[in-house]
Design a binder for this molecule. Structure first.
Ligand code: AMP
Ligand code: TRP
Length: 341
């Protein structure tokens, strides 16, 4: 059976981009057709300036939103990254296979590091090595497919490169994974700045729809979305990015093709209204289920405990094999047992 792994960072409240670009597909398709793991990747939230209490809160919230989005612990494994030591254990070994130049070429690193320096801040070393930890997340589980939004494709390619390189140098150890993207909404853009991704860590509120926003807040944000100059409603990503984003969101929420949907409208106002209602309807069951889960924190904790246990058992043999292959001496207990055989 295909092994699928994906993750979400607890760096901010989850957005419509996370939902349409990733979580929805995990729930609707991936968990049914594959042996899937979905992870709140909290170690990744420490790569930028962070407040420990907020990371803890957001990790809990992300886990319950994954369940609210429809991930079923009977069908897949839901867990928190830091609960399974194998991720950090493997990451170091992969750092010994990755190169400095390779890391510095990562687009997200370049962008985030530049932003941090502009602010006069310092760049954490973990921001540079973060894609290696992500590769460890993926490779520890013998993952075949990694369903992510477009922004993560380069990182998954790095995981591929590291797997191939490790296998060539030290013997076959890792499955070589590939990224998969949703058909629509692989890149939901900020409603106020359609040239940039709707990212939860940016924290520029008005252009970001959070999955837990009240319906009226969603409506306000969509109605205020920037559109482009020009009057007719056509789907043209390059020339009319703001409008294209709205059409893509509508397509992702209601089905259909953005270009065909455009034909039904002759004014922006009517389109925005429909987009707003479509988003409100898509998020409604998620918000409701999340409220129910908040009333039952013991349930979520139980799911995460069981998930971590399952994940650990899956990752351990591969990470142990990587340790042996790269030349690390087995711990004494193992040596004694092996020698006695
Ligand atoms: P992150 O928010 O970076 O932890 O991303 C979690 C998942 O959501 C990843 O698969 C991302 O590619 C996806 N994602 C995040 N933002 C967007 C967006 N604006 N559009 C589409 N997918 C997104
Ligand atoms: N880097 C991903 C993001 O920012 C999150 C992530 C971490 C991830 N590890 C992963 C996604 C492993 C897929 C597989 O969205």
């Amino acid at each position: 059976m295909t092994r699928v792994f994906s993750g979400v960072k607890p760096t901010g409240h989850l957005t419509l981009g996370n939902y349409l670009g990733a979580m929805r597909q995990w729930a609707a398709e991936d968990q049914h057709r594959s042996d899937a793991l979905f992870c709140v990747v909290d170690l990744h939230a420490l790569t930028v300036d962070h407040d420990p209490a907020r990371v803890r809160r957001l990790s809990r919230q992300a886990a319950s939103l994954l369940l609210a989005a429809g991930l079923d612990p009977e069908l897949c494994t839901v867990f928190v990254q830091s609960h399974v030591d194998e991720h950090a254990r493997l990451s170091y070994v992969l750092e010994c296979v990755a190169t400095d130049g390779e890391m510095r070429r990562m687009i997200q690193y370049k962008e985030k590091a530049a932003r941090e320096r502009e602010r006069g801040g310092s760049v954490r070393l973990s921001l540079l090595t973060y894609p290696v930890l992500m590769a460890a997340d993926i490779l520890a589980y013998g993952t075949d497919e990694v369903p992510v939004g477009h922004d993560q494709t380069q990182h998954v390619e790095l995981a591929r490169d590291l797997a191939v390189r490790f296998n060539q140098r030290y013997g076959h150890t890792f499955v070589v994974p590939k990224a998969t993207n949703p058909a629509v909404a692989a890149r939901v853009m900020n409603l106020q700045e359609p040239a940039s991704k709707m990212g939860k860590s940016d924290d520029v509120g008005p252009g970001i729809v959070y999955v837990l926003d009240e319906p009226d807040v969603v409506r306000k944000k969509v109605m205020r979305a920037v559109t482009d100059s020009g009057r007719e409603v056509v789907y043209d990503r390059a020339a009319r990015p703001g409008l294209a984003n709205l059409l893509e969101i509508l397509a992702a929420c209601t089905g259909g093709e953005p270009a065909e949907l455009a034909e039904a409208y002759d004014a922006y106002g009517a389109l925005k209204k429909d987009v707003a209602e479509a988003v409100v309807e898509v998020l409604r069951p998620l918000r409701k289920r999340h409220q129910e889960l908040c009333a039952d924190p013991g349930y979520v904790e139980g799911v995460l405990r069981d998930g971590a246990e399952k994940a650990r058992a899956m990752a351990r043999p591969t990470v142990d094999a990587a340790y042996r292959a790269i030349g690390l001496l087995p711990p004494v207990a193992d040596t004694v047992v092996n020698a006695a055989r």
